[in-house]
Ligand binder design. Sequence first.
Ligand SMILES: [Zn+2]
Length: 463
Amino acid sequence: MQYALAMPALRPRQQKAVDDLRAAYRAGRDAVVLVAPTGMGKTATAAEIIRSAISRGNPVWFLAHLQEILLDTSRRLTSEGIQHGFIMAGMPSDPTAMVQVVSVQTAARRPILSKPALIIIDECHLAVAKTYLRVIEAAGNPKLLGLTATPERLDRKGLNELFDHLVPTCSTRDLIDEGLLSSLRYYAPSLPDLTNVRDRGGDYDEGDLAEVMDQPTITGDAIAAYRKYAQGRPAVAFCTNIKHATHTAEAFAAAGFRAVAISGKSTAGERKHALEALKAGQIDLVANVGLWVAGVDCPNIGCVILLRPTKSVTVYLQSIGRGLRIHQDKDDLVVLDHAGNVFEHGMPDEPREWTLEGRRKRKGQAAPPVRQCPACFAAHAPAPVCPCCGHTYFVAEREGPRIVEGELLEITSEVAQKIRKPHPAAGCKTYEDLVQRAREKGYSDGWAKHIWQARQRKKLKTA
Ligand SMILES: [Zn+2]
């Protein structure tokens, strides 16, 4: 074994993750998931586990079924100075390498000659239990290490078919606060009406969704919001189906932006070209269908446009995660949510508790703690002042909007009303202002007094 490169020391958080993983295996766990948000440095963490495994003569596999992830893994291993072979169609095999990057499909077809002591499954929320279990069994049931930011499958099932233990690390918020991830501004300028959208396989029916979302009004809103909040930022849009992605790209192009659409039907070359062009700043927007939910590393993405409502918190967080990497050319990430996802799943940096059963619990609350600014449409965690435009909330506004599952339509109109109609006390700073406003509106002086007293009580409470 030779390591040509001197490896940088692990950050304290990564070292702790390594220690926690070792402790879990020592305690008899066989299949452990490391929950690591984008930016935590899971590659560096996994690399340390790999180095210590191979230094004791234990071979390691990296297992995945998507070409993007396998190639991304290989690139990351190389950057960590870890030599590896492939068990993957079209890639050079090297049976003597202690580390193998393994395609599930290829491993299922070929006889397994040398069995690994550890299998690492990156983006393990994408692992389809049955197929993976077959390969894992054929490989002699070695220890498993899953890596993901969101330990819940896209169909909202848990990971307990493959894994028996979760090791948490840190939150997205921690990484934003430390400058390791981009901060974000979140706007929800429109809310779709999903009343007639049926369920299918744990998420919304895609055909029904396309009917609601693939509409000139929504696409027009998205273009207007991009102009207003994100002009000039490399953007990725998440759409409901191929036609919708194509229509979105066409509409952006008609509005003067450089836009392309990609989907599972695009060739590998087209997909790669779209990514490279966005990275190089040659295009403004890539409209895609479910492709860029993982395994795509394009740190200069400065705007994520959500045009696909989803019931899956994993789809939601992974989509936004594409824009959270830091990059010299951006100050922050702008999220434009035209799908109402923030009201279903909460802010992307909201603290979350994960379980292997796939149901995260929100402590004592049915609705996510999200507030929407009536002045600029920003969605944010409850605060007395809008972090995006500085709008100061008044007591009545601080209560809502509350979005709870199954009541989206009703609440939607409530939100819409709030957006159209500012609070009658908006802009009043002093008691005199309130009295003046009361006269203008024909309210009694008692109204001004009531608002003023409520504000004083609030001040006392927060002082
Ligand atoms: Zn605002």
